[in-house]
Ligand binder design. Structure first.
Ligand code: PLP
Length: 400
């Protein structure tokens, strides 16, 4: 077996998820396994369920599945809908596209509003479309909160208003897999019926936990929904969760990690976490602008606090650029998915990061641009540093 050359220092994982795992979470997860039908587990689960309500800002129960985020997409659909039901979806990028593809393969009928993948969800288009559905054949509106593939976000409050303005009774579902723990999410106040999420992005955990926050209206819909379900059944999950247990073996280690992750977000303060992500995104965009490169997302209102996709000038391949940065500086940048393939790379600025990590990542990109001979102006890192210095607050001030 050939031995890899040791690469000193730490790898910069700047993809938009999975994100680096904080030491506290790593050690929380490295505990001995315990009896998932015993009292110690029960106490842990009850504490966790209470914390999840705070995280999703909901009074209702939040269910956890041992699956990647994709499983929570499926759970949201199969628990609330019946074969042939129409669902309105907005194709903002690769993840929205995959969710619509899943809906189709489950026997639903997605009506897909297309975009050029350079904007988030336009709530007015949803309202117009729903107004035309006078028979209320559309049973759910499904949108991705943060389209990780493009770096464009949606404004969920506006979409709730669109449903209300159209007087449409469809369920409102959203994918927050890369926005939970990054941007504000108010499951109850924003009238969301099913919030879908996952562990490996803003929650700073390994992949393989998925989540559904569920409104009363979605619970009522679940009583008559006809799509087949078993592993992802809410009813079985909720019935056993009520006593602090699970219908099958839970991912115990990941649940220790999730408990620690929510504790950490609460210690920092949710609002501080969101402000931190906005600030890192702004610093990143200032760097991209200084380089004279284009941000893939073309409208400022949709800029994502989690990830920025950067378009390279014609004739330059973004994957070759990423490979060079990995090889030279031991940093992973996000690849361009589907329409962005080869054209753009993505800088993840979510999860357990700080100013210096972001500056390190931006320095790696700026040096990479130079080495790859990609036309750009100098000064991206300087612009980000200037912004960080201008907006710096000491931790003492933050706590005040
Ligand atoms: C990562 C991601 C997914 C897919 O999650 P998996 O854990 O890979 O199944 C879905 N939607 C969004 C918005 C994502 O960022």
């Amino acid at each position: 077996m050939s031995r890899e050359t040791r690469r000193p220092g730490r790898h910069f994982l700047q993809i938009p998820g999975p994100t680096p795992i904080p030491e506290r979470i790593l050690s929380a997860m490295s505990k001995q396994i315990l009896d998932h039908r015993g009292p110690e587990f029960q106490a842990l689960a009850k504490h966790l369920f209470a914390n999840l309500k705070a995280l999703f800002k909901t009074r209702n129960d939040v269910v956890i599945f041992p699956s990647s985020g994709t499983g929570a997409w499926e759970a949201a659909l199969v628990n609330t809908l019946s074969p042939g039901d129409k669902v309105l979806m907005v194709e903002t990028g690769q993840f929205a596209l995959l969710w619509a593809t899943m809906a189709k393969s489950l026997g639903l009928v997605p009506e897909v509003l297309k975009t050029d993948w350079k904007v988030g969800v336009d709530a007015d288009l949803i309202e117009q479309h729903l107004r035309k559905d006078t028979n209320h054949d559309i049973k759910a509106v499904c949108v991705v909160h943060n389209e990780t593939s493009t770096g464009c976000r949606a404004w969920l409050q506006d979409i709730r208003k669109a449903l209300d303005a159209a007087g449409h009774p469809a369920l409102f579902m959203t994918d927050t897999i890369s926005s939970l723990g990054v941007m504000d999410l108010q499951h109850d106040a924003w009238g969301i019926d099913v919030t879908v999420s996952g562990s490996q992005k803003g929650l700073m955990l390994p992949p393989a936990l998925s989540l559904n926050a569920i409104s009363d209206k979605a619970l009522a819909a679940a009583k008559t929904a006809q799509l087949p379900k078993s592993y992802f059944s809410w009813a079985d999950m909720l019935a056993t969760n009520a006593d602090g247990f699970f219908p099958y073996t839970p991912a115990t280690g990941l649940l220790y990690g999730l408990t620690e992750a929510i504790d950490m977000l609460q210690e920092e303060g949710f609002d501080n976490v969101f402000a931190r992500h906005e600030r890192f995104a702004e610093a990143t965009r200032r760097a991209v602008n200084a380089w004279g490169l284009d941000i893939w997302c073309r409208e400022a209102k949709y800029y994502s606090p989690a990830v920025t996709a950067v378009t390279l000038p014609d004739g330059h391949n973004a994957d070759q650029f990423r490979a060079l940065v990995l090889e030279t500086f031991n940093m992973s940048l996000g690849t361009g998915l589907n329409k962005l393939a080869g054209k753009a790379f993505r800088i993840g600025h979510l999860g357990d990061t700080n100013e210096l990590t972001i500056l390190g990542a931006l320095a790696g990109v700026e040096m990479g641009l130079k080495i790859a001979d990609i036309p750009h102006a100098k000064g991206g890192v300087d612009a980000a540093m200037a912004y960080f210095a201008e907006t710096a607050t000491s931790s003492a001030q933050k706590a005040a």
